[in-house]
Design a protein around this ligand. Structure first.
Ligand SMILES: Cc1cc2nc3c(=O)[nH]c(=O)nc-3n(C[C@H](O)[C@H](O)[C@H](O)COP(=O)(O)OP(=O)(O)OC[C@H]3O[C@@H](n4cnc5c(N)ncnc54)[C@H](O)[C@@H]3O)c2cc1C
Length: 377
C-alpha cells in the first residue's frame, strides 16, 4: 500500500485547482432541491463543463488515485455535486466500462460523460432489498428482445432518467443467483410507469417503477444472460467503494463550520460537545485515510474496490448521522427549520445506513468475507 502522491498526480491536482478557481464563480446558483427537471439541467450542464475542460472521463478512464484527487478538490472548492449523474458516472458507467462490449461502451459512455443521458438504478423490489437475489421482475426472450414485467422500488432519479441499469430474472428454474441478467432499459420505453415517492425531507428523490411487458433489445444486455449476479457485484463494489469519497471531504468542512458556529453561540463551553466534535474530527480523518487505502487497493487490483468499501460504508454512514445530530445540538431549536441545509442533511443522513446495502448487510459481508465466520443462512 502506498498513500503518497506522485509528481504527475500533484500536477493534476494543481491544474484542477486552477481551473476550479476560474470556473466556479461563473456558474449559475443551484436550483431548489425539489425541482428535479431544473436539477437535471443544472447537473448536466456542470458535467458538460467538466467534459469540455478535459475532466469528463475522470470517473471512468483515470486511475483510482486521480479520481480521488478529483473528488477531493472539487468538493474542497465547493463545486456542484455529481447529483443526477450519480448512477451513470459512479456505478453504471464504470460497470459498462468494465463489462460492456466495445459497441456498448461506444454507445453509452460518451453521453454519460457529456451529461447528456441520466441513468437510474432498478435493482430493489418490494420483496427484494437486502436479499437482492430474490428479485422477481421477469424477462422472457422474444426474438431479439427481452419482454420485461415486474416492479422496482426506491429508484433514485427515476423521474428524470433516460436509462435504467435493470436486474431481471431470466431463468426462474436456476438457483437464485444464477438466473439473473443485467439489462440497460430506456425509461421512455412503452410499458414503463414511474410513480414518485416523497421522502421525509419533502423531495421526490426516488420512485416506484412499474414494468408492463417492456421490450428491451437483447443487444442492451451487459454480460451474458444469467450472469447478471456477477456483473451486479461489480456495480455494487463501485457503489460502496469510492462513490462517497467526496462526501467525506464535505463532512470535514461541515465539522469545521459546526465548531465555528459553536464558538460563536456559546455551545463550545460545553465540554461534552467539544469531546463529541473532537471524536468526530478523528473519525472523519480516519475515514479519509480509509478512502485512500481503498483507492490504493483498487489501483493495485485493476480498479475494482473490494471489501474495504463495506468497512468504509458501515462506519461512514454512522459517522455522518452523528455529525448531523451534532449540528442539531449547535443549532438548538433552529434545527427544526427545514429550510436550513443542515436540517435537510440531518433528515437525509437517516437513509445512509439503508441505501447501497444496510449496515446489517455490510456487517454480514465483513463477517463472512473478512473474518471468515460461517454464513448465517
Ligand atoms: C436513499 C436511498 C436511495 C436508494 N436508491 C436506490 C436505487 O436507486 N435503486 C435501487 O435499486 N435501490 C435503491 N435503494 C434501496 C436500497 O438498496 C434498499 O433500501 C436496501 O438494500 C434495503 O432493502 P429494503 O429497503 O428492502 O430493506 P429489507 O431488506 O427489507 O431490510 C429490512 C431490515 O432487515 C435487515 N435485514 C435484512 N436482511 C438481513 C440479514 N440477512 N441479516 C441481518 N439483517 C437483515 C436490514 O438490515 C433492515 O434493517 C435506495 C435506498 C435509499 C434509502
Amino acid at each position: 500500500m502506498d498513500l503518497a502522491y506522485t509528481a504527475a498526480e500533484e500536477e493534476f491536482r494543481a491544474r484542477l485547482r486552477d481551473w476550479l478557481a476560474g470556473t466556479l464563480p461563473t456558474l449559475p446558483p443551484p436550483p431548489p432541491a425539489g425541482d428535479w427537471p431544473a436539477r437535471r439541467a443544472h447537473d448536466s450542464a456542470w458535467q458538460r463543463r467538466l467534459y469540455d475542460a478535459g475532466y469528463g472521463n475522470v470517473h471512468l478512464d483515470a486511475s483510482p488515485t486521480l479520481r480521488l484527487i478529483f473528488l477531493e478538490e472539487t468538493e474542497k472548492a465547493g463545486a456542484p455535486y455529481v447529483g443526477a449523474n450519480f448512477v451513470g458516472l459512479l456505478h453504471a458507467g464504470p460497470t459498462i466500462a468494465a463489462e460492456g462490449t466495445p459497441e456498448q461502451r461506444e454507445r453509452w459512455l460518451g453521453p454519460i460523460l457529456r451529461g447528456e443521458e441520466i441513468w437510474c438504478q432498478g435493482f430493489s423490489e418490494p420483496d427484494a432489498g437486502s436479499d437482492l437475489a430474490s428479485l422477481r421482475t421477469k424477462a422472457v426472450r422474444d426474438g431479439d428482445a427481452y419482454v420485461v414485467t415486474g416492479q422496482k422500488i426506491w429508484t433514485s432519479h427515476a423521474e428524470v432518467a433516460d436509462w435504467c441499469e435493470l436486474l431481471v430474472r431470466t431463468d426462474p428454474g436456476a438457483p437464485r443467483h444464477r438466473g439473473i441478467t443485467w439489462l440497460a432499459m430506456r425509461m421512455d420505453a412503452p410499458g414503463v410507469t414511474v410513480r414518485p415517492l416523497r421522502t421525509l425531507a419533502g423531495s421526490t428523490e426516488f420512485a416506484e417503477v412499474f414494468l408492463d411487458e417492456v421490450r428491451v433489445p437483447a443487444a442492451d444486455r451487459v454480460g451474458e444472460e444469467n450472469d447478471g449476479w456477477r456483473v451486479t457485484m461489480v456495480t455494487l463494489s463501485f457503489e460502496r467503494g469510492t462513490a462517497f469519497a467526496g462526501e467525506v471531504v464535505a463532512c470535514r468542512r461541515t465539522l469545521t463550520e459546526v465548531a465555528t458556529r459553536a464558538r460563536a453561540n456559546g455551545c463550545w463551553d460545553d465540554p461534552v460537545l467539544r469531546r463529541r466534535l473532537g471524536r468526530l474530527h478523528a473519525e472523519f480523518t480516519a475515514l479519509w485515510r480509509l478512502v485512500q487505502w481503498n483507492v490504493s487497493e483498487a489501483a493495485a487490483t485493476g480498479g475494482v474496490p473490494g471489501t474495504g468499501g463495506s468497512v468504509f460504508k458501515l462506519r461512514y454512514s454512522q459517522a455522518r448521522q452523528e455529525l448531523y445530530d451534532a449540528t442539531a445540538e449547535v443549532l438548538g431549536p433552529g434545527a427544526l427549520d427545514l429550510s436550513l441545509p443542515w436540517t435537510r442533511e440531518r433528515l437525509s443522513s437517516l437513509s445512509y445506513t439503508i441505501a447501497a446495502g444496510t449496515s446489517q448487510i455490510q456487517r454480514n459481508i465483513l463477517a463472512e468475507r473478512v473474518l471468515g465466520l460461517p454464513k448465517g443462512r
